[in-house]
Write a protein that binds this ligand. Structure first.
Ligand SMILES: Nc1ncnc2c1ncn2[C@@H]1O[C@H](COP(=O)(O)OP(=O)(O)OP(=O)(O)O)[C@@H](O)[C@H]1O
Length: 231
C-alpha cells in the first residue's frame, strides 16, 4: 500500500472541514501497521480510503497494485470481497444466521460449498476460542465474543489486506492479546498486510510500526524505516 499527498475534507463552503491534510504512508507485505492518534485525527477516514470505502479528494493511493478510485463499482466490490478483510467497531453480524454461518459468509459469497464453508468457519472459530459457540446466534454472545466472530469472519477467506478499526475495544486484556497474536500471525504470512486503528496502548507491542496522526497529518512513525518511504 502506498499513499502520497492524500487529502480528504468533509462538508463544503464555510463548513469545509479537512480530515486528511496530505498523508504519505507505505505498508509493506508481512507488516502489521497501527494508526494511532486523538479522536478526530483522521484514522478512520484514512482506513476507509485505503479499504476503498471512501474516495479521496487529492493525492494517490495504491492498494494491492490497484487505485480503487480508478475502478468501476463491480471491480471495486470484487477486489474488496476477494482481497480485503474488515473488522469494524460495529460488528455487523447477521442476526438470523448462526455464528458459524456468519463466519462462513465471505466463502459462501465466493461460491464455496456450504458444508466446506461451515467446516472452515468452525476451524476459524476454534482459532479465536469460540468453537463451542458455533451454533449460537450472535445475540446470545457477549460483545467481546461478537468481536471475535467478526475477526474470524474477516480472516476466513485469507485476504491479502486486513483492516481493523479498534479490534480490541470490547475485549479484556487476555482476550485482546490472544486476538492480536492471531492477527499478527496472519500479517506475517507471505503477501499479507494488516492495518489496525487503535486507542488501546496495551496492544502497541504487536505493531511492526506505529503511525501517529494528529489533525489530519502523520506526525511521526515509530519502527524500522521502509526503504524509499517518506517518514
Ligand atoms: N462522514 C463524515 N462527515 C463529516 N465529517 C466527518 C465524517 N467522517 C469524519 N468526519 C470528520 O473528519 C475528522 C476525522 O474523523 P475520523 O473519524 O477519521 O477520526 P478518527 O481519528 O478515526 O476519530 P475516532 O478516534 O474518534 O474514531 C473529524 O473531524 C470528523 O468529525
Amino acid at each position: 500500500m502506498r499513499c502520497r499527498g492524500l487529502k480528504k475534507a468533509f462538508g463544503s463552503g464555510d463548513a469545509l472541514a479537512p480530515a486528511l491534510r496530505g498523508i504519505d504512508l507505505d505498508i509493506r507485505y508481512g507488516e502489521l501497521l497501527m494508526l494511532v492518534g486523538p479522536s478526530g485525527s483522521g484514522k478512520t477516514t484514512l482506513l476507509s480510503i485505503i479499504a476503498g470505502m471512501l474516495d479521496r479528494d487529492a493525492g494517490q493511493c495504491l492498494v494491492l497494485d490497484h487505485d480503487f478510485q480508478q475502478l468501476g463499482p463491480d471491480e471495486r466490490a470484487r477486489l474488496r470481497g476477494e482481497s480485503i478483510g474488515f473488522v469494524f467497531q460495529a460488528f455487523n453480524l447477521l442476526r438470523t444466521l448462526t455464528v458459524a454461518e456468519n463466519v462462513a459468509v465471505p466463502l459462501l459469497i465466493r461460491g464455496t460449498l456450504r458444508k466446506e464453508a461451515v467446516a472452515k468457519a468452525e476451524a476459524m472459530l476454534a482459532a479465536v476460542g469460540l468453537d463451542e459457540r458455533a451454533n449460537a446466534l450472535p445475540a446470545q454472545l457477549s460483545g467481546g465474543q461478537q468481536q471475535r466472530v467478526a475477526i474470524a469472519r474477516a480472516l476466513i477467506h485469507e485476504p491479502r489486506l486486513i483492516v481493523c478499526d479498534e479490534p480490541t475495544s470490547n475485549l479484556d486484556h487476555a482476550t485482546g492479546h490472544h486476538v492480536m497474536a492471531l492477527l499478527q500471525h496472519e500479517a506475517r504470512r507471505p503477501g499479507r498486510s494488516l492495518i489496525v486503528v487503535t486507542h488501546d496502548n496495551r496492544i502497541f507491542e504487536f505493531a511492526d510500526r506505529i503511525a501517529y496522526l494528529d489533525d489530519g497529518m502523520i506526525v511521526s512513525v515509530d519502527g524500522p524505516a521502509l526503504p524509499g518511504a517518506l517518514q
